[in-house]
Unconditional design. Structure first.
Length: 202
């Protein structure tokens, strides 16, 4: 069982959280210098991943997606065989607006604790959707971009498919605000109250 120290005994351990210094900072950005795409349908599903070293608020995720048919996006805490919807942060059905691809916002204003997250893109039928292949990537402080993945033979719940590392990264962007805890000294009033309690205890 987790036990907390009495505040008067350890005032220096009091913690406050800093407010975001900017709105919607870019956390992950991948770009492309070509028109190469990967095609996802009811047989192929693709995913990419990143890791937050600290909590983030107001997170939005977008991707450069093109059409032949309709698609579905999953934002996940984990993927792979045996995974269920309990690992899902969000899900969105979408229809791309351009055959060659356009940036689509898939998830908005989500608060995510530190950890690894996955964006899964699947075509909902044989027509499928395409996801632009990236040629460069950058991340903010405390953020790591991970390998992209694919699965052939899509599970009825796509994130539970058997994924393999993919040689290509995909074009997507993650924005949001890092929440960084900062140590705060006790105020003079709190320090005085602690001293008073200690004297009363003698």
């Amino acid at each position: 069982m987790k036990r907390s120290l009495p505040l008067f005994a350890c005032p220096a351990l009091a913690t406050v959280f800093s407010l975001p210094s900017s709105q919607g900072a870019t956390l992950v950005s991948t770009t492309s210098s070509t028109n190469d795409v990967s095609f996802s349908n009811d047989q192929f599903v693709f995913a990419t991943s990143w890791t937050f070293g600290v909590d983030h608020t107001g997170v939005s995720v977008s991707a450069l997606l093109g059409y032949f048919g309709e698609g579905r996006a999953h934002l996940m805490r984990d993927i792979g065989t045996g995974i269920t919807a309990a690992s899902e942060v969000g899900r969105l059905d979408f229809t791309p607006t351009s055959m060659m691809g356009a940036t689509m916002t898939l998830f908005q204003n989500v608060d995510l604790v530190a950890g690894t997250y996955y964006l899964v893109i699947q075509g909902k039928d044989s027509s499928g959707v395409n996801w632009r292949v990236a040629s460069a990537a950058s991340t903010a402080e405390n953020v790591t971009i991970n390998s992209a993945m694919y699965a052939y033979g899509v599970n009825s719940y796509a994130p539970a498919s058997d994924f393999t590392t993919n040689g290509n990264q995909f074009v997507y962007t993650v924005t949001g605000n890092a929440v960084v805890p900062e140590p705060a000294s006790a105020t003079p009033a709190l320090a005085g109250a602690a001293l008073f309690v200690l004297r009363r205890r003698r």
